[in-house]
Design a protein around this ligand. Structure first.
Ligand code: HAM
Length: 421
């Protein structure tokens, strides 16, 4: 048997119904906030991610699917969507618009150690606002994300907020932190000992118990950000209040991508275990310029689809089938009538299926049950001669003979009743 690659999952029905529901809700909410969809390639030149995400990040150092194509060009399966959206924004001169509000849905690839909520192919719904530095935009985009979670019925989540400062104040903090960490070097895990020089901010985000204890009294970034960054952060908080969004401040939240400036955030849930962020993002004011575009700001987020689906499944079991109809036919004449009814129901957009002749009545009823049909229509010679049909509610088990004419209307009425309950 050939199996799928480790960390690459099939998403099967009925879970795909839940995924479609999530994607549909995102499209609906994002549209109201003025966002349009962008579709970028799943593969890019490696240098885009190396430059965009940062050479010393875990993603670029050890998690990318990078290989040479047949022309010996180094290409990479996208580990995230922001760098590609910014590349497209520059390449197609979308910067000529007053601002670009773009969203994307699709697979991302990271060679991480697979565990619950962490996969090598995973899916994101992401959104990016390019061209606005105003703190109101941070709050408005977060409001959109929270409105989306509300629409799909996800509660029990927490918005954790931080500011990572800018290119002027962060180096000052970085040095201070480096000094602090150097004094405690021996007590840190091997990975963090190495990161003191390359990426010290990541050390305070390390999940190892030893490192958490050692960095407990590490200097806080919020004590080091400059006045401009402080004002921006205060304004973001003020706008969040106006938009009605609750949050908590987490100065230890540093992100795994280097492009962030000022506002960063994660939306977390206790129900997810160690991989507790269902969405994350922030502001990235230098990225467009870094990638060769004009000096414009950016803000965005990405939602992890697998983690979100996990939370929704645990909550309400909302993967249930749409109420369906199954037509059981015994005999050729019944089949002719059955196909006519089947086509009429499908034309009216009702989910309808038909039993296959070779299975007999028992086999067909079993199939109806297995497919989760809510109603079964049974047609035999006896029924046909009387122009009747047996109508069975599979949930209550109640069945009755009804007139074959107008059966579609009857089914539509019954389905509407079921949907109302
Ligand atoms: P990120 O924090 O790397 O940010 O990923 C965002 C979300 O994707 C995470 O919170 C998580 O839900 C999900 N995720 C990440 N890695 C995995 C994985 N291996 N398996 C399953 N789910 C995963 C970004 O990707 C940024 N591009 C977000 C952003 C957009 N920032 C600004 N704009």
């Amino acid at each position: 048997m050939i199996t799928s690659i480790r960390g690459f999952n099939d998403i099967l029905p009925p879970e795909t119904t839940l995924w479609q529901h999530i994607e549909g809700a995102a499209r609906e909410v994002f549209k109201v906030y003025g966002f349009s969809e962008i579709r970028v390639p799943v593969m890019e030149k490696t240098e885009l991610f190396a430059k965009g995400i940062g050479d010393t990040t875990d993603i670029v150092e050890k998690e990318m699917y990078t290989f040479s194509d047949r022309n010996n060009e180094s290409v990479t399966l996208r580990p995230e969507g922001t760098a590609s959206v910014v590349r497209a924004y520059i390449e197609h001169r979308l910067c000529n618009m007053p601002c670009a509000k773009l969203y994307y849905i699709g697979p991302m690839f990271r060679y991480e150690r697979p565990q619950k909520g962490r996969y090598r192919q995973f899916h994101q719904i992401g959104a990016e606002v390019l061209g606005i530095s105003d703190p109101m935009s941070d709050a408005e985009t977060l409001d959109m994300l929270l409105a989306f979670f509300k629409k799909i019925g996800l509660d029990d989540i927490e918005l954790q907020l931080n500011s990572l400062g800018c290119k002027n104040c962060r180096p000052v903090y970085r040095e201070k932190l480096k000094q602090f960490l150097s004094e405690k070097k021996e007590q840190l895990c091997d990975n963090c000992q190495r990161r003191i020089d390359t990426n010290p901010l990541r050390v305070i985000d390390c999940k190892s118990r030893k490192c958490v204890e050692v960095t407990d009294d590490a200097p806080s970034i919020l004590d080091y950000i400059c006045n401009e960054c402080k004002t921006h952060f205060e304004e973001v908080k003020g706008y969040l209040y106006l938009f009605g969004a609750g949050y908590s401040i987490n100065p230890r939240m540093v992100r795994g991508l280097d492009y962030y400036t000022r506002t960063t955030f994660e939306i977390t849930s206790d129900k997810l275990g160690s991989q507790n962020a269902v969405a994350a993002g922030g502001r990235y004011d230098g990225l467009v310029r870094e990638l060769g575009g004009p000096d414009v700001s950016g803000f965005g987020f990405a939602i992890g689809m697998e983690r979100l689906a996990m939370l929704l499944k645990e909550g309400s079991g909302s993967t249930s089938h749409e109420a369906g109809i199954f037509i059981v036919c015994i005999g050729k004449e019944a089949e002719t009538e059955g196909i006519r009814i089947l086509k009429e129901l499908r034309e009216r957009s009702l989910r309808a299926e038909i039993g296959y002749h070779d299975k007999g009545i028992k086999g067909q009823m079993k199939m109806a049950d297995k497919l989760g049909a809510r109603f079964t229509l049974i047609l035999g010679d006896d029924e046909i001669s009387k122009r009747e049909i047996t109508f069975k509610d599979m949930k209550t088990g109640v069945q009755e003979k009804v007139d074959i004419e107008g059966i579609a209307e009857r089914v539509i009425d019954e389905i509407a009743q079921v949907k109302k309950v």
